[in-house]
Design a protein. Structure first.
Length: 208
């Protein structure tokens, strides 16, 4: 068994300080693999405070086919990202066991449509949308979103909607001078001497 303190020490190789935030985020990503215990996390911080660094860095610990990194998405984008199931006559969007990271707060209409997903109302959610066919007519399309995923938002918006507040654990990265110095020192090593950075990771006594 590994304690939370030991996990925090390991994660400190690439994420300085921010112990509560990195532990909660790492556990939330682990919970994506469970059947019903997924949670959603929102990172709030001022611009350039590093709000996306923690989820992106921790996502590298997981298989990349389980991670979705989204820079921007239209309100109906999730309805069209799926595979047609001829038996069920529906488009299946499989988000089960997925770690979904929004690098910025998505369009408010997309958030409204994702609220049942964030609330984990059911493992399969049935949506009915209208779409144009090839001749330009309107038809109804059935969408089934499988999940639930664990979702992470990174935003500079400091006052999220009340509907989102009830569906997220809100976190903020530390911004004190000591953390800034350690982070800059690590970034300089990582970007300026990658071999020394790799040696630092490999020689860490907490690394299993």
């Amino acid at each position: 068994e590994v304690t939370f303190d030991e996990v925090a020490d390991i994660l400190s190789i690439s994420i300085k300080k921010d112990k509560p935030a990195k532990l909660i985020t790492f556990c939330a990503m682990l919970l994506a693999q469970t059947n019903k215990d997924q949670i959603n996390v929102g990172f709030q911080a001022e611009s350039a405070a590093g709000k996306s660094y923690i989820p992106l860095e921790l996502a590298s610990y997981f298989p990349q086919n389980e991670v979705m990194k989204i820079a921007s998405a239209s309100p109906t984008s999730f309805y069209h990202k799926g595979v047609w199931d001829d038996k069920r006559k529906a488009l299946i969007v499989d988000l089960e066991r997925k770690i979904v990271i929004f690098l910025d707060m998505p369009h408010f209409l997309l958030l409204e449509r994702l609220r049942p997903v964030l609330s984990r109302d059911d493992k399969e959610l049935h949506y009915m949308i209208t779409d144009k066919n090839r001749s330009g007519g309107i038809r109804t399309k059935d969408i089934i979103i499988k999940g639930p995923p664990s979702v992470f938002f990174c935003t500079a918006k400091m006052d999220p909607d009340e509907q989102e507040k009830t569906r997220l654990i809100l976190l903020s990265p530390e911004t004190d001078q000591d953390k800034l110095y350690q982070a800059l020192e690590l970034a300089a090593l990582r970007n300026g001497n990658i071999e020394e950075y790799r040696n630092l990771i490999e020689q860490d006594p907490n690394r299993k």
